[in-house]
Design a protein around this ligand. Sequence first.
Ligand code: ZN
Length: 136
Amino acid sequence: MKNCIFCEINRHNIPSFIIDENEYAIAILPKDMECFWHTLIIPKKHFENIFDIDDEYLQNFILFMKSLSIKYKHGLWATWINLLNANGKDAQQSIPHLHFHLIPRFPNDAMDVWPKFEKYNWDHKTDLNKIKNLII
Ligand SMILES: [Zn+2]
């Protein structure tokens, strides 16, 4: 897609810090890292978000993320991994090209990457039935 920074990175038209890539995905270190070895994982083909990626492509993309996560765990001694993602404007997606943030985790890294929410006191029976009726 024109004017998409991630598509330009995928075409190697913009210099970037490429960690790994295959025909489905590329992993880069962002110019401004949010934390130690924060990595962006981007599909090679332009999909705006999880809602418009086709299933077969998604499977190959997820396998790339899994492979990179294993490499970080074994090669970089990350003990665990966070994979963060946003889909759409109201979900605070910053760039309209599907991407995930891989956050390598280490013992005692003192990071809390989990979003802070207002507690929602839900009615276990009513809410469960409402949601199930709406989505199934
Ligand atoms: Zn794009």
